[in-house]
Design a protein around this ligand. Structure first.
Ligand code: COA
Length: 174
């Protein structure tokens, strides 16, 4: 798994993931937008991302399988987000590897001190990844919707120090 900058040529691949309405429901993407609208949306995010959004493509064997977000403008902390495109790819550890690569980038290249993330109760996969990577729950976050159910996000955080200790013998290996 490696991370790289997204290019305009990636927009059709990412927009293509929206063909699957079940994927859209899990990812919180609109199911009512047409293909062209998804394409234009992804194109805009890549060519002029909103302030504070760093979105990196997650690649395996030269194939774009997802992306990782490090979002925020504070100097020492950002929010981690991650997505794996195509449901066929889920359940093989790619989400966990993408999130781990995002942490390496955030703590390594960006020199962040703390990375936080949010997950809704119903998003078991996301919650499993965060806990498995050593995130600690810090309290309630923003209101959100997962598969049509509104709830409060659970907020998690991980420090650079904790991430640096991940190879310690008492922490399960990645
Ligand atoms: C969340 C997401 C990235 C997970 O991707 P993935 O490639 O399936 O992730 P992994 O294979 O690493 O599995 C993640 C966890 O889900 C668990 N899992 C696998 N299949 C599952 C299922 N059917 N139901 C619930 N959990 C499942 C895995 O066991 C693993 O948990 P563990 O580490 O405790 O064992 C992917 O589902 C996705 O892109 N969802 C939409 C976007 C999103 O919700 N992003 C997270 C919020 S930022």
């Amino acid at each position: 798994m490696s991370l790289r900058s997204l290019l305009p040529a990636d927009a059709p691949s990412i927009a293509g993931w929206a063909r699957d309405p079940e994927f859209c429901r899990e990812a919180g993407w609109s199911t009512s937008l047409g293909r062209q609208a998804h394409l234009e949306f992804q194109d805009r995010i890549i060519s002029s991302p909103p302030p504070g959004l760093l979105r990196l493509g997650a690649e395996v064997g030269g194939i774009l399988v997802g992306y990782v977000d490090l979002h925020g403008t504070a100097p020492d902390t950002r929010e981690l987000g991650f997505l794996i495109g195509e449901r066929d790819r889920w359940g093989q550890g790619l989400g966990r590897r993408a999130a781990a690569a995002g942490l390496d980038h955030g703590f390594g290249e960006l020199g962040l001190k703390v990375i936080w993330a949010e997950a809704l109760e119903g998003n078991r996969r996301s919650m499993g990844i965060l806990r498995g990577l050593g995130f600690t729950e810090t309290g309630p976050g923003t209101i959100g919707e997962f598969r049509g159910v509104t709830g409060v996000h659970r907020r998690f955080a991980l420090s650079a120090r904790e991430w640096g200790l991940r190879d310690a013998p008492w922490i399960p290996s990645l």
